[in-house]
Design a protein around this ligand. Structure first.
Ligand SMILES: [Zn+2]
Length: 341
């Protein structure tokens, strides 16, 4: 990562006691705003010494439950609840969040493929650099809240990016269980190195992610998991010292977390045509290798039979396409399997 200092400044003093709400100011000169900034919302709650927890959402702008959860937390978390410090970014890629899009309209960059970032780069690259070089070094534990976004629907899931040591893996799995979703997925994003997860792994940090629902919607069930889970996590991370406020939504009952993994490329089923995708399953179904995953319908060629897509391996269906329309290379579905080790 570049040693160049970030252009981003802030009116927040991270060391001050109490609750402070402000903005990160990213200078961005554009046609409509010559000396303008991008104001990225941030809140810091501090009470004495203790661990620092960094909570982020809006990494992808079209994933809403996490943004609502952290926005609610900013209003309800008070210094008396904690010992230590909680830093909250409810709309980390603010331009993408304001547009309700996965990537930023200013640069077309997916923030979660821009880490560790570039201080002289585009707005998204500068945000990634600030998070990597300023916020992450302050943190003892990190949670980044995602949902499937417009293009995917997910089961409410704790996402565990494989850490580098067995000790850290045990702690992250403990955090995932504390988070409270019925499903945990271990993976390494097919070796991806440009994500928030990857830089936290490389720094040896305790980092948990989540996929909450998606499809470009706001799910009450996912919100219920997230709003209770975030307080559970603050407790697990050793920051919470008082009872949290009553949840707005009762947390759905779920048994112990089922720990699964994405084994590799064979877990993913991709579209092959420009078509309407009819799934042959429901989220949460158990499927077998070779089973039909769904059909691609070609309404511009009504003589043509629908073309089936097949699961390449068996397991639990954890993700499906959000919109009905699908194009070659779009993810149609994903299966996860119980961990073996
Ligand atoms: Zn996301």
């Amino acid at each position: 990562m570049s040693t160049q200092k970030s252009y981003i400044s802030t009116d927040i003093d991270f060391d001050r006691e109490g609750k402070h709400i402000g903005r990160l100011r990213l200078p961005y000169s554009r046609n409509t705003s010559g000396w303008g900034i991008i104001p990225i919302p941030i809140a810091v709650v501090r009470n004495g010494s203790g661990p620092t927890v960094l909570l982020t959402a809006g990494n992808h702008g079209d994933e809403y439950e996490g943004q609502i959860t952290l926005n609610t937390l900013i209003r309800t978390l008070e210094p008396r609840h904690i010992k230590g410090r909680v830093i909250i970014l409810p709309a980390m890629n603010y331009p993408a969040a304001m547009a309700g899009r996965r990537v930023s309209p200013f640069d077309g960059v997916n923030l979660n493929r821009a880490f560790p970032g570039d201080p002289d780069g585009t707005p998204s690259q500068q945000i990634a650099h600030y998070v990597s070089s300023v916020l992450v070094p302050m943190a003892d534990a990190i949670m980044d809240l995602h949902s499937g976004g417009y293009s995917m629907r997910m089961l409410p899931t704790a996402i565990i990016y494989r850490p580098s040591t067995p000790e850290l893996l045990e702690r992250v799995i403990g955090a995932a269980r504390a988070w409270g979703c019925p499903l945990g997925i271990l993976f390494d994003d097919l070796g991806e190195r440009r994500t928030f997860d990857a830089i936290c792994r490389d720094a040896g940090l305790l980092k948990l992610g989540t996929e909450l629902a998606g499809g470009g919607t706001v799910s009450v069930e996912a919100l219920a998991f997230a709003e209770t889970g975030i307080w559970n996590l603050l407790k697990y991370f050793g920051v919470l010292v008082a009872s949290p406020p009553a949840p707005r939504h009762p947390c759905p009952r779920s048994g112990p977390m089922r720990l699964t993994e994405i084994t590799g490329p064979e877990a993913y089923v991709y579209a092959t045509g420009h078509a309407i995708f009819e799934p042959a399953f429901r989220l949460g179904d158990e499927v077998a290798a070779g089973q039909v995953a769904g059909w691609q319908h070609y309404l511009d060629e009504i003589e043509r039979d629908p073309v089936p897509l097949h699961f390449h391996k068996g397991g639990l269906v954890a993700c499906t396409r959000g919109p009905g329309w699908i194009e070659p290379g779009d993810l149609a579905t994903l299966v996860v399997t119980d961990t073996t080790g």
